[in-house]
Design a protein around this ligand. Sequence first.
Ligand SMILES: [Zn+2]
Ligand SMILES: [Zn+2]
Ligand SMILES: [Zn+2]
Ligand SMILES: [Zn+2]
Length: 197
Amino acid sequence: MPDILERKCHDCGSGIGELHRPGCDMEVCPFCYRQLIMCGCCYRLLGVDVSKGSRAYSEGLSVEQEAAWERCLTEQGFIPYVPIPIACVSCGNTLPKMFGADDWHLVVPEDLRGEVLCWTCYSKAKAGQAVARGVFCRLCGSAEIIVRPADWLDVVPPGFRRYNLQDADLCSTHFARLREAMLEGWRKAKRPSAKGC
Ligand SMILES: [Zn+2]
Ligand SMILES: [Zn+2]
Ligand SMILES: [Zn+2]
Ligand SMILES: [Zn+2]
C-alpha cells in the first residue's frame, strides 16, 4: 500500500499540506470542521437570510457576499489536505475491513464502543481476551512513537481537530513528514484558483 502521505485529494488533487481548490468536496470548514461546501457557515457568519423564499435560498450568495465569505475564510485560515485513515483503536491496523456485529455492546469494553475495532481485535474481545486502547502512529499504525516535541501543535494540522485527533500519536517518520509538508505547504500557501481557471 502506498504511504498514506503520498495520497492526493480525490476531488481536487491537492497533496498533503496543500490547500484544496475552491469547491472541493473534501475541504473542511475552519469554523465548524464539517464539509465546507455543505455546512452553511457562510450564511450564519455573514448574517444572510437563507429561509425559504429568500434570494439566497434560490440563488446562493451574491458576488459581493462570496467575496466577503472568502475574506472570512482567509482570515480564519484554510484547512489543508491531510489524509487521516480510519484505524483500529486497539492495534492501530489502518483501514481495517468494516463489519457489523449484533453483539457489539456485549462484547466490546464500554470505553471502546464508540470506536473502530478491527475484526481481529473484536474476535479477541469476543473470546474473552482483554482489548484496550493502544498506542500507535495514527497515520501508519506503527508502534514506534515519538515523545511529543514542543512544536507538536504547530505541526499537527488543524484538520486533526475535526476528528479530535490533536492528541493522537505519530511515529517519528510521519511527524517529520508532516512537519516538512506543513511548513512548506499551508503556512505560506495561497489558495489555488478554482478548477478550470
Ligand atoms: Zn480537495
Ligand atoms: Zn462550517
Ligand atoms: Zn485491531
Ligand atoms: Zn507513522
